[in-house]
Design a protein. Structure first.
Length: 88
């Protein structure tokens, strides 16, 4: 098997690799959101008043960040950062 030379890696290969990374991160973020949601279920009734709003804001932020990873939006290059979601 021969070694790759710099010209052997095409722009399409680089784009495919970047897309695969974003999809993997998106999957991980959605799994994290699902775990948080599952852990939070049943705790809302006994929690402090702001706790539920905090959990819901966090889940919204995670989902928005995951969505931006593959939408081709300006936030896709930064992993959704800078696409602020206000808890209000």
């Amino acid at each position: 098997m021969s070694a790759l030379r710099p010209g052997d890696i095409t722009d399409e290969m680089i784009q495919a690799m970047d897309a695969a990374k974003r999809q993997g991160l998106q999957k991980d973020l959605r799994a994290l959101a699902a775990n948080i949601r599952a852990d939070a279920e049943g705790r809302y009734d006994s929690a402090e008043p702001g706790w539920r709003a905090g959990v819901e804001w966090t889940l919204l932020w995670i989902e928005n960040t995951a969505a931006h990873l593959t939408e081709g939006t300006p936030g896709a290059e930064t992993g959704g950062r800078g696409q602020g979601v206000s808890p209000e």
